[in-house]
Write a protein that binds this ligand. Structure first.
Ligand SMILES: NC(=O)c1ccc[n+]([C@@H]2O[C@H](COP(=O)([O-])OP(=O)(O)OC[C@H]3O[C@@H](n4cnc5c(N)ncnc54)[C@H](OP(=O)(O)O)[C@@H]3O)[C@@H](O)[C@H]2O)c1
Length: 136
């Protein structure tokens, strides 16, 4: 399989945005030219912040997603879109499990506020739910 963005097949309307690593990246094809493409990455995708290990396959998939988005942003540096890789924190979902630190209500409203606040800023950012930069 080629990883060139131009080789990606047409994406359905963002129903696969949560599927690391290629789903969100493919979804760039269905975003308005001046829209915001916010993809759910994870703090676990940070190579720089990996001090504890664990969840290696998950970490690797999110790091791969981040890398794909960096390549996309580099190839389309004159793109008018806002590109965001979002780290929501550890959230109680089927994936996050019942021991996770935050409920959906404690994470996602902040994340949405941050995504909205970034609209119109071109380029790629890797942010937590409060808008703080996550180290790559
Ligand atoms: N929960 C956390 O702590 C946390 C932290 C950081 C980042 N994230 C990210 O947030 C996103 C959402 O995760 P979540 O916590 O909400 O997990 P979740 O509740 O387990 O939901 C995962 C979703 O992904 C869908 N899915 C799984 N495999 C798929 C596939 N191969 N193709 C298409 N859809 C697929 C599932 O669909 P079905 O229901 O149909 O199976 C489900 O809707 C993920 O990208 C995850 O990595 C989560």
């Amino acid at each position: 399989m080629s990883w060139r963005p131009s080789a990606a097949p047409p994406a359905p309307p963002c129903t696969n945005c949560g599927t690391p690593p290629a789903g969100g990246w493919r979804s760039s094809t269905c975003t308005a030219p001046n829209g915001t493409l916010a993809i759910t990455s994870s703090g676990q995708g940070s190579v720089a912040d990996n001090e504890g290990g664990g969840f290696e396959i998950y970490r690797a998939s999110k790091a791969a997603l981040n890398q794909l988005m960096r390549s996309y942003a580099a190839r389309h540096h004159d793109d008018g879109r806002t590109l965001l890789l979002m780290a929501p924190g550890w959230v109680k979902t089927e994936l996050g499990g019942s021991h996770a630190r935050f409920t959906i209500g404690e994470s996602i409203p902040h994340l949405v506020t941050t995504v909205d606040a970034q609209h119109g800023r071109t380029g790629l950012r890797y942010l937590d739910r409060h808008g703080r930069t996550v180290a790559w």
